[in-house]
Design a protein around this ligand. Structure first.
Ligand code: PLP
Length: 423
Protein backbone atom coordinates (compact mmCIF):
# COMPACT_ATOMS: atom_id res chain seq x y z
CA UNK A 1 0.00 0.00 0.00
CA UNK A 2 1.37 3.41 -0.90
CA UNK A 3 2.14 5.47 2.14
CA UNK A 4 1.69 9.12 1.24
CA UNK A 5 4.25 10.21 3.86
CA UNK A 6 6.98 7.68 2.95
CA UNK A 7 10.41 9.25 2.79
CA UNK A 8 12.29 5.97 3.09
CA UNK A 9 11.93 2.48 1.63
CA UNK A 10 13.76 0.29 4.15
CA UNK A 11 17.23 1.80 4.35
CA UNK A 12 16.79 3.69 1.05
CA UNK A 13 16.14 7.43 1.45
CA UNK A 14 13.78 8.28 -1.40
CA UNK A 15 14.90 11.03 -3.78
CA UNK A 16 12.62 14.07 -4.16
CA UNK A 17 11.94 13.25 -7.85
CA UNK A 18 10.51 9.89 -6.74
CA UNK A 19 8.32 11.47 -4.10
CA UNK A 20 6.83 14.13 -6.41
CA UNK A 21 4.30 11.54 -7.62
CA UNK A 22 2.94 10.59 -4.16
CA UNK A 23 4.12 12.62 -1.21
CA UNK A 24 1.36 14.04 0.97
CA UNK A 25 -1.54 12.62 -1.08
CA UNK A 26 -3.74 9.79 0.16
CA UNK A 27 -5.85 8.27 -2.69
CA UNK A 28 -8.39 6.75 -0.25
CA UNK A 29 -9.48 10.27 0.73
CA UNK A 30 -10.32 11.04 -2.94
CA UNK A 31 -12.26 8.01 -4.28
CA UNK A 32 -8.98 6.22 -5.09
CA UNK A 33 -7.94 8.79 -7.74
CA UNK A 34 -4.29 8.26 -8.70
CA UNK A 35 -3.85 11.99 -9.14
CA UNK A 36 -4.74 14.52 -6.50
CA UNK A 37 -7.97 16.16 -7.69
CA UNK A 38 -8.49 19.90 -7.75
CA UNK A 39 -10.13 21.10 -4.57
CA UNK A 40 -11.75 24.05 -6.29
CA UNK A 41 -13.54 25.34 -3.21
CA UNK A 42 -13.23 28.50 -1.18
CA UNK A 43 -14.46 27.04 2.12
CA UNK A 44 -14.70 23.75 4.07
CA UNK A 45 -17.46 22.11 6.15
CA UNK A 46 -16.76 21.48 9.86
CA UNK A 47 -17.85 18.14 11.42
CA UNK A 48 -19.23 19.98 14.42
CA UNK A 49 -19.30 23.46 15.94
CA UNK A 50 -16.61 22.34 18.40
CA UNK A 51 -14.34 21.33 15.49
CA UNK A 52 -14.85 24.75 13.89
CA UNK A 53 -13.95 26.43 17.18
CA UNK A 54 -10.83 24.23 17.61
CA UNK A 55 -9.63 24.84 14.03
CA UNK A 56 -9.87 28.62 14.48
CA UNK A 57 -8.03 28.42 17.80
CA UNK A 58 -5.16 26.45 16.20
CA UNK A 59 -5.05 28.58 13.03
CA UNK A 60 -4.83 31.83 15.00
CA UNK A 61 -2.28 30.44 17.45
CA UNK A 62 -4.62 30.94 20.47
CA UNK A 63 -4.14 27.24 21.24
CA UNK A 64 -1.23 24.96 20.33
CA UNK A 65 -1.98 22.14 17.92
CA UNK A 66 -2.20 18.90 19.98
CA UNK A 67 0.60 16.45 19.05
CA UNK A 68 -0.35 14.18 16.14
CA UNK A 69 -3.26 16.37 15.05
CA UNK A 70 -3.50 18.05 11.66
CA UNK A 71 -4.68 21.68 11.49
CA UNK A 72 -8.23 21.42 10.08
CA UNK A 73 -9.27 22.92 6.75
CA UNK A 74 -11.13 26.21 7.16
CA UNK A 75 -10.99 28.56 4.18
CA UNK A 76 -8.81 28.62 1.04
CA UNK A 77 -7.04 31.89 1.89
CA UNK A 78 -5.53 29.97 4.88
CA UNK A 79 -5.31 26.42 3.55
CA UNK A 80 -6.51 23.96 0.93
CA UNK A 81 -5.46 20.32 0.40
CA UNK A 82 -3.71 21.09 -2.92
CA UNK A 83 -1.75 23.99 -1.40
CA UNK A 84 -0.70 21.88 1.56
CA UNK A 85 0.47 18.97 -0.61
CA UNK A 86 2.37 21.35 -2.90
CA UNK A 87 4.03 23.01 0.12
CA UNK A 88 5.08 19.61 1.49
CA UNK A 89 6.60 18.65 -1.86
CA UNK A 90 8.58 21.89 -2.32
CA UNK A 91 9.89 21.50 1.26
CA UNK A 92 11.25 18.06 0.25
CA UNK A 93 13.41 19.56 -2.53
CA UNK A 94 14.82 22.15 -0.16
CA UNK A 95 15.11 19.74 2.81
CA UNK A 96 13.16 22.32 4.79
CA UNK A 97 10.88 21.84 7.83
CA UNK A 98 8.14 23.90 6.23
CA UNK A 99 7.16 25.81 3.10
CA UNK A 100 4.45 28.26 2.10
CA UNK A 101 3.22 29.15 -1.39
CA UNK A 102 2.09 32.59 -2.55
CA UNK A 103 0.31 34.23 -5.47
CA UNK A 104 3.60 35.26 -7.17
CA UNK A 105 7.33 35.44 -6.54
CA UNK A 106 6.88 39.11 -5.61
CA UNK A 107 4.13 38.09 -3.16
CA UNK A 108 6.67 35.76 -1.48
CA UNK A 109 9.24 38.58 -1.34
CA UNK A 110 6.92 41.36 -0.18
CA UNK A 111 5.11 39.18 2.36
CA UNK A 112 8.40 37.97 3.90
CA UNK A 113 10.00 41.43 4.04
CA UNK A 114 6.87 42.92 5.65
CA UNK A 115 6.48 40.02 8.07
CA UNK A 116 10.09 40.28 9.22
CA UNK A 117 10.64 44.08 9.32
CA UNK A 118 9.34 46.97 11.40
CA UNK A 119 9.81 50.77 11.12
CA UNK A 120 13.46 51.74 11.62
CA UNK A 121 14.84 48.44 10.31
CA UNK A 122 17.29 48.00 7.44
CA UNK A 123 17.13 45.38 4.68
CA UNK A 124 20.49 44.63 3.03
CA UNK A 125 20.40 43.22 -0.51
CA UNK A 126 22.75 42.23 -3.30
CA UNK A 127 22.68 44.12 -6.61
CA UNK A 128 21.66 43.55 -9.33
CA UNK A 129 18.48 42.18 -7.83
CA UNK A 130 15.17 41.35 -9.56
CA UNK A 131 13.51 44.61 -10.75
CA UNK A 132 10.39 44.17 -8.62
CA UNK A 133 12.51 43.53 -5.51
CA UNK A 134 14.53 46.64 -6.30
CA UNK A 135 11.36 48.75 -6.61
CA UNK A 136 9.93 47.29 -3.39
CA UNK A 137 13.10 48.12 -1.47
CA UNK A 138 13.77 51.51 -2.99
CA UNK A 139 10.28 53.00 -3.09
CA UNK A 140 7.62 50.97 -1.28
CA UNK A 141 9.28 49.82 1.95
CA UNK A 142 10.66 53.33 2.55
CA UNK A 143 7.01 54.44 3.09
CA UNK A 144 7.05 52.19 6.14
CA UNK A 145 10.43 53.54 7.35
CA UNK A 146 12.26 50.40 6.31
CA UNK A 147 15.46 51.35 4.49
CA UNK A 148 17.42 49.34 1.95
CA UNK A 149 21.20 49.14 1.55
CA UNK A 150 22.47 47.46 -1.63
CA UNK A 151 25.92 46.00 -2.30
CA UNK A 152 27.41 44.79 -5.60
CA UNK A 153 27.19 41.04 -6.01
CA UNK A 154 30.67 41.14 -7.62
CA UNK A 155 32.01 42.20 -4.17
CA UNK A 156 30.45 39.10 -2.58
CA UNK A 157 30.68 38.59 1.19
CA UNK A 158 33.07 41.57 1.49
CA UNK A 159 30.33 43.77 0.07
CA UNK A 160 27.92 42.39 2.69
CA UNK A 161 30.44 43.09 5.47
CA UNK A 162 30.66 46.75 4.37
CA UNK A 163 26.86 47.05 4.15
CA UNK A 164 26.48 45.59 7.69
CA UNK A 165 28.96 48.23 8.91
CA UNK A 166 27.01 50.98 7.12
CA UNK A 167 23.71 49.77 8.63
CA UNK A 168 25.01 50.31 12.18
CA UNK A 169 24.42 54.06 11.79
CA UNK A 170 20.84 53.55 10.56
CA UNK A 171 19.13 50.77 12.49
CA UNK A 172 18.89 47.03 13.16
CA UNK A 173 19.12 44.73 10.12
CA UNK A 174 15.89 42.71 9.79
CA UNK A 175 16.75 40.82 6.60
CA UNK A 176 19.75 40.10 4.39
CA UNK A 177 18.44 39.27 0.92
CA UNK A 178 20.67 37.71 -1.76
CA UNK A 179 20.24 36.61 -5.32
CA UNK A 180 22.96 34.23 -6.43
CA UNK A 181 23.93 33.66 -9.19
CA UNK A 182 22.72 37.14 -9.93
CA UNK A 183 20.61 37.99 -12.92
CA UNK A 184 21.74 38.90 -15.57
CA UNK A 185 25.50 38.96 -14.87
CA UNK A 186 25.79 35.53 -13.17
CA UNK A 187 28.10 36.66 -10.36
CA UNK A 188 28.28 34.07 -7.55
CA UNK A 189 28.05 35.09 -3.87
CA UNK A 190 29.35 32.75 -1.16
CA UNK A 191 26.22 31.87 0.87
CA UNK A 192 28.22 30.20 3.67
CA UNK A 193 30.53 33.21 4.12
CA UNK A 194 27.46 35.50 4.27
CA UNK A 195 25.75 33.21 6.82
CA UNK A 196 28.87 33.42 9.03
CA UNK A 197 28.87 37.24 8.86
CA UNK A 198 25.15 37.34 9.74
CA UNK A 199 25.63 34.96 12.67
CA UNK A 200 28.22 37.37 14.08
CA UNK A 201 25.92 40.44 13.96
CA UNK A 202 25.38 41.83 17.46
CA UNK A 203 21.67 42.60 17.68
CA UNK A 204 18.78 41.46 19.93
CA UNK A 205 17.36 39.48 17.03
CA UNK A 206 19.64 38.11 14.31
CA UNK A 207 18.87 39.25 10.76
CA UNK A 208 16.91 36.64 8.77
CA UNK A 209 18.96 35.45 5.80
CA UNK A 210 16.86 34.99 2.63
CA UNK A 211 18.25 33.65 -0.66
CA UNK A 212 16.17 34.09 -3.81
CA UNK A 213 16.92 30.72 -5.44
CA UNK A 214 14.80 31.23 -8.57
CA UNK A 215 17.70 31.01 -11.03
CA UNK A 216 19.33 27.70 -9.96
CA UNK A 217 17.05 26.00 -7.50
CA UNK A 218 16.17 23.55 -6.34
CA UNK A 219 18.14 21.31 -8.74
CA UNK A 220 21.50 23.10 -8.93
CA UNK A 221 21.63 24.97 -5.61
CA UNK A 222 20.26 24.40 -2.08
CA UNK A 223 20.84 27.56 -0.01
CA UNK A 224 19.54 26.10 3.28
CA UNK A 225 22.43 23.60 3.21
CA UNK A 226 24.86 26.52 3.14
CA UNK A 227 23.37 28.42 6.07
CA UNK A 228 20.46 30.48 4.63
CA UNK A 229 17.31 30.73 6.81
CA UNK A 230 14.81 31.03 3.96
CA UNK A 231 14.98 29.74 0.39
CA UNK A 232 12.63 31.74 -1.81
CA UNK A 233 11.31 31.15 -5.35
CA UNK A 234 9.40 32.69 -8.14
CA UNK A 235 7.62 29.46 -9.14
CA UNK A 236 6.74 31.27 -12.38
CA UNK A 237 10.20 30.36 -13.71
CA UNK A 238 11.84 26.88 -13.67
CA UNK A 239 9.55 25.25 -11.10
CA UNK A 240 6.30 26.12 -12.93
CA UNK A 241 8.42 25.68 -16.04
CA UNK A 242 5.85 26.19 -18.83
CA UNK A 243 5.43 30.00 -18.82
CA UNK A 244 1.73 29.59 -18.04
CA UNK A 245 1.36 30.33 -14.31
CA UNK A 246 2.59 32.89 -11.76
CA UNK A 247 3.46 31.79 -8.21
CA UNK A 248 5.97 31.99 -5.38
CA UNK A 249 7.26 30.02 -2.38
CA UNK A 250 9.43 30.32 0.73
CA UNK A 251 10.85 27.37 2.63
CA UNK A 252 12.88 27.10 5.82
CA UNK A 253 12.59 26.52 9.56
CA UNK A 254 9.06 26.27 11.00
CA UNK A 255 9.26 29.37 13.20
CA UNK A 256 10.30 31.78 10.44
CA UNK A 257 7.95 30.23 7.84
CA UNK A 258 5.11 30.30 10.41
CA UNK A 259 5.63 34.03 10.89
CA UNK A 260 5.50 34.69 7.13
CA UNK A 261 2.46 32.39 6.78
CA UNK A 262 0.57 34.43 9.41
CA UNK A 263 1.12 37.58 7.33
CA UNK A 264 0.22 35.80 4.08
CA UNK A 265 -3.07 34.56 5.48
CA UNK A 266 -4.12 38.04 6.60
CA UNK A 267 -2.71 40.08 3.70
CA UNK A 268 -4.24 37.57 1.29
CA UNK A 269 -1.14 36.83 -0.81
CA UNK A 270 -2.01 33.10 -0.87
CA UNK A 271 -1.79 31.07 -4.10
CA UNK A 272 -5.07 29.95 -5.70
CA UNK A 273 -5.75 26.16 -5.81
CA UNK A 274 -5.85 25.97 -9.62
CA UNK A 275 -2.32 27.40 -9.90
CA UNK A 276 -1.18 25.10 -7.08
CA UNK A 277 -2.53 22.08 -8.98
CA UNK A 278 -0.66 23.08 -12.16
CA UNK A 279 2.58 23.62 -10.24
CA UNK A 280 2.20 20.22 -8.56
CA UNK A 281 2.06 18.69 -12.06
CA UNK A 282 5.18 20.68 -13.01
CA UNK A 283 7.08 19.29 -10.01
CA UNK A 284 6.84 15.75 -11.45
CA UNK A 285 9.08 16.76 -14.40
CA UNK A 286 11.18 19.44 -12.66
CA UNK A 287 14.42 17.50 -12.49
CA UNK A 288 14.35 16.16 -16.06
CA UNK A 289 13.39 19.58 -17.42
CA UNK A 290 16.14 21.43 -15.57
CA UNK A 291 18.76 18.83 -16.43
CA UNK A 292 17.82 18.80 -20.11
CA UNK A 293 17.67 22.59 -20.50
CA UNK A 294 20.99 22.86 -18.62
CA UNK A 295 22.71 20.48 -21.08
CA UNK A 296 21.21 22.39 -24.02
CA UNK A 297 22.41 25.70 -22.58
CA UNK A 298 25.95 24.34 -22.22
CA UNK A 299 26.02 23.56 -25.96
CA UNK A 300 24.67 27.04 -26.79
CA UNK A 301 27.18 28.71 -24.43
CA UNK A 302 30.07 26.77 -25.99
CA UNK A 303 28.96 27.84 -29.45
CA UNK A 304 28.74 31.51 -28.39
CA UNK A 305 32.14 31.40 -26.64
CA UNK A 306 33.83 30.63 -29.95
CA UNK A 307 31.84 33.13 -32.02
CA UNK A 308 33.82 36.10 -33.43
CA UNK A 309 30.93 38.59 -32.81
CA UNK A 310 30.66 37.60 -29.12
CA UNK A 311 32.82 39.49 -26.63
CA UNK A 312 32.06 37.47 -23.47
CA UNK A 313 29.78 34.70 -22.21
CA UNK A 314 28.72 35.15 -18.56
CA UNK A 315 28.33 31.50 -17.67
CA UNK A 316 29.66 30.17 -14.32
CA UNK A 317 30.98 26.87 -15.71
CA UNK A 318 33.40 28.93 -17.85
CA UNK A 319 35.04 30.69 -14.86
CA UNK A 320 38.83 30.41 -14.99
CA UNK A 321 40.31 28.12 -12.32
CA UNK A 322 42.13 31.04 -10.68
CA UNK A 323 38.96 33.16 -10.47
CA UNK A 324 37.92 33.19 -6.76
CA UNK A 325 34.29 32.70 -7.87
CA UNK A 326 35.17 29.36 -9.47
CA UNK A 327 35.81 27.77 -6.06
CA UNK A 328 32.52 29.14 -4.66
CA UNK A 329 30.62 27.90 -7.72
CA UNK A 330 32.04 24.37 -7.34
CA UNK A 331 31.22 24.22 -3.63
CA UNK A 332 27.79 25.80 -3.82
CA UNK A 333 26.22 24.69 -7.13
CA UNK A 334 25.92 21.26 -8.72
CA UNK A 335 25.59 22.66 -12.24
CA UNK A 336 24.39 25.67 -14.25
CA UNK A 337 20.78 26.41 -15.06
CA UNK A 338 19.87 27.28 -18.64
CA UNK A 339 19.71 31.08 -18.20
CA UNK A 340 22.85 33.09 -18.92
CA UNK A 341 23.98 36.24 -20.69
CA UNK A 342 26.45 37.13 -23.39
CA UNK A 343 27.94 40.42 -24.54
CA UNK A 344 28.30 41.04 -28.24
CA UNK A 345 30.67 43.43 -29.98
CA UNK A 346 28.87 46.77 -30.33
CA UNK A 347 26.02 48.34 -28.38
CA UNK A 348 22.24 48.55 -28.35
CA UNK A 349 21.93 48.68 -32.16
CA UNK A 350 23.83 45.42 -32.64
CA UNK A 351 22.04 43.72 -29.71
CA UNK A 352 18.64 44.74 -31.09
CA UNK A 353 19.59 43.39 -34.54
CA UNK A 354 20.25 39.97 -32.96
CA UNK A 355 17.00 40.05 -30.96
CA UNK A 356 14.87 41.20 -33.91
CA UNK A 357 16.24 38.48 -36.18
CA UNK A 358 15.74 35.46 -33.93
CA UNK A 359 13.22 33.11 -35.55
CA UNK A 360 12.73 30.37 -32.94
CA UNK A 361 13.69 32.01 -29.66
CA UNK A 362 10.94 34.40 -28.58
CA UNK A 363 11.69 38.00 -27.62
CA UNK A 364 10.21 38.10 -24.11
CA UNK A 365 11.22 38.58 -20.48
CA UNK A 366 10.90 35.76 -17.90
CA UNK A 367 12.90 32.54 -17.98
CA UNK A 368 12.88 28.86 -17.08
CA UNK A 369 10.08 27.79 -19.45
CA UNK A 370 10.08 24.99 -22.02
CA UNK A 371 10.62 27.55 -24.80
CA UNK A 372 13.76 29.61 -25.40
CA UNK A 373 13.34 33.28 -24.51
CA UNK A 374 15.77 36.09 -25.26
CA UNK A 375 15.82 39.74 -24.10
CA UNK A 376 17.92 42.88 -23.57
CA UNK A 377 18.40 43.56 -19.81
CA UNK A 378 19.55 47.21 -20.13
CA UNK A 379 16.34 48.30 -21.91
CA UNK A 380 13.92 45.69 -20.53
CA UNK A 381 14.26 43.76 -17.22
CA UNK A 382 16.83 46.15 -15.75
CA UNK A 383 15.74 49.43 -17.40
CA UNK A 384 14.68 50.85 -13.99
CA UNK A 385 18.26 50.62 -12.71
CA UNK A 386 19.87 54.08 -13.23
CA UNK A 387 22.36 54.11 -16.12
CA UNK A 388 25.51 54.75 -13.99
CA UNK A 389 24.48 51.93 -11.61
CA UNK A 390 23.94 49.62 -14.59
CA UNK A 391 27.48 50.36 -15.77
CA UNK A 392 28.88 49.65 -12.26
CA UNK A 393 27.10 46.31 -11.97
CA UNK A 394 27.96 45.18 -15.48
CA UNK A 395 24.67 45.50 -17.39
CA UNK A 396 25.96 46.96 -20.65
CA UNK A 397 24.02 47.98 -23.77
CA UNK A 398 25.65 45.03 -25.58
CA UNK A 399 24.40 42.41 -23.08
CA UNK A 400 21.78 39.83 -24.14
CA UNK A 401 20.14 37.32 -21.78
CA UNK A 402 18.92 33.95 -23.02
CA UNK A 403 16.88 31.29 -21.22
CA UNK A 404 17.44 28.10 -23.22
CA UNK A 405 14.43 25.81 -23.38
CA UNK A 406 13.77 22.23 -24.44
CA UNK A 407 13.99 22.64 -28.23
CA UNK A 408 16.80 20.75 -29.96
CA UNK A 409 19.87 22.85 -29.05
CA UNK A 410 21.23 22.58 -32.62
CA UNK A 411 18.15 24.50 -33.78
CA UNK A 412 18.76 27.26 -31.22
CA UNK A 413 22.41 27.42 -32.34
CA UNK A 414 21.30 27.71 -36.00
CA UNK A 415 18.91 30.48 -34.96
CA UNK A 416 21.70 32.40 -33.18
CA UNK A 417 24.04 31.83 -36.13
CA UNK A 418 21.75 33.53 -38.63
CA UNK A 419 20.79 36.34 -36.20
CA UNK A 420 24.42 37.08 -35.21
CA UNK A 421 25.34 37.24 -38.92
CA UNK A 422 22.95 40.20 -39.22
CA UNK A 423 24.35 42.14 -36.23
C1 PLP B 1 10.69 36.55 -11.76
C2 PLP B 1 11.49 36.72 -10.55
C3 PLP B 1 10.92 37.21 -9.38
C4 PLP B 1 9.49 37.67 -9.29
O1 PLP B 1 8.60 36.63 -9.48
P1 PLP B 1 7.08 36.81 -10.01
O2 PLP B 1 6.57 35.43 -9.98
O3 PLP B 1 7.17 37.43 -11.37
O4 PLP B 1 6.40 37.73 -9.05
C5 PLP B 1 11.73 37.31 -8.26
N1 PLP B 1 13.03 36.95 -8.28
C6 PLP B 1 13.61 36.49 -9.42
C7 PLP B 1 15.06 36.11 -9.38
C8 PLP B 1 12.87 36.36 -10.58
O5 PLP B 1 13.47 35.91 -11.68
Amino acid sequence: MNDCKARHLGAQKLAPETQMMHYGYKPSLSEGAVKCPQFQTSTFVFDSAQHGKDFFNYASGREPLPPGEEPGLIYTRFNNPVLEILEGRIALWDEADDCLVTASGMAAISTSLLALSKPGDVVIYSEPVYGGTDALLSSILSQYQVSGIGFCSSEGAEGLAKALEQAKAIGPVSVVFLETPDNPTNQIIDIRACADLIAAVEQDEKPVFIVDNTMYGPIFQKPLEHGADVCLYSLTKYIGGHSDVVGGACSGRSEVIGKIRGFRNIMGTTMDPNTAWLIMRSLETLKVRMQASSSHALKVAEYLRDHPTVEAVLYPAFLADDDPQAEIFKRQCSGCSSTFSFAIKGGEKEAFAVLDNMQIAMLAVSLGGTETLIQHPASMTHSCVPEERRAEIGIGENLIRISVGLENPEDIIADLEQALAKA
